[in-house]
Design a protein around this ligand. Structure first.
Ligand code: NAP
Length: 204
């Protein structure tokens, strides 16, 4: 099985490429800068931007699932998450793909109750635009006809992979940090077992 990845050059994205190929999946990754991942066995890079619908479709071709781990890194309009994700969803419809996994953040939507007070303050101020962008991205995913899962991690770290993490859909549970490697493992497990369809699990 082959997975189309959007955001494969990012902190979590690179770990996802490793975890997915280690698990035996083929990967096609849309990358703006192929040097950011170098040569990785099992990974086919497609050079382009997620805002280019043609490149998105090219990435999705011959894949069975799409994983979106986009962030608002440099050189982007403010609505890149929503517009890019929308193009992925439109491309999936064109190519006949159903399985979609999208990483957003704890604190979005009804998970707002799951973040500590100080984070709520930041979300209302310095992170306000980022949170609004993720709200818009989640809306587009929820309204899609895909078999979607929205994954909401707590604060990301580069700590070593713990191999264990908390997941759940209970918004009464307070979240916490998670390493990018553990998040990547969870994403691979979602591809493998097809769980949490039309759900928004947190991972902490
Ligand atoms: N940092 C935290 O504590 C935290 C907490 C909760 C959730 N999150 C979310 O978790 C996700 C993963 O975070 P991260 O820090 O691991 O990722 P990241 O390093 O910010 O990676 C973002 C990825 O998106 C890609 N991207 C951005 N614009 C693109 C475009 N126009 N076309 C193609 N690719 C584009 C980047 O590519 P380039 O290499 O070309 O820029 C990169 O691969 C993000 O959505 C983040 O907001 C983060």
């Amino acid at each position: 099985m082959r997975i189309a990845v959007f955001g494969g050059t990012g902190g979590t994205g690179r770990r996802f490429l490793e975890a997915a190929t280690d698990a035996g999946y083929g990967v096609k990754a849309l990358v703006r800068n192929p040097n950011a991942i170098g040569e990785m066995p099992g990974v086919v890079p497609v050079v382009g931007n997620v805002l280019d619908g043609g490149k998105v479709v090219l990435t999705l071709s011959e894949c069975e699932a799409a994983v979106v781990i986009l962030g608002r890194t440099k050189g982007n309009p403010p609505d890149v998450l929503a517009v890019g994700t929308d193009l992925v969803i439109k491309g999936m419809a064109k190519m006949g793909l159903r399985r979609l996994i999208v990483v957003t953040s704890l604190g979005v939507g009804e998970s707002r109750a799951q973040v500590p007070f100080v984070f709520k303050l930041l979300m209302n101020t310095v992170w306000k635009k980022e949170m609004q962008a993720k709200e818009a991205q989640e809306r587009i995913v929820r309204e899609s006809e895909t078999d979607w899962t929205i994954v909401r991690p707590g604060g990301l770290t580069n700590d070593v992979v713990a191999g264990s993490y908390r997941i759940g859909t209970d918004t009464g549970t307070v979240g916490g940090r998670v390493s990018r490697g553990d998040l990547a493992s969870f994403l691979v497990s979602l591809v493998r077992d097809g769980s949490h369809v039309r759900e928004t699990p947190y991972v902490a």
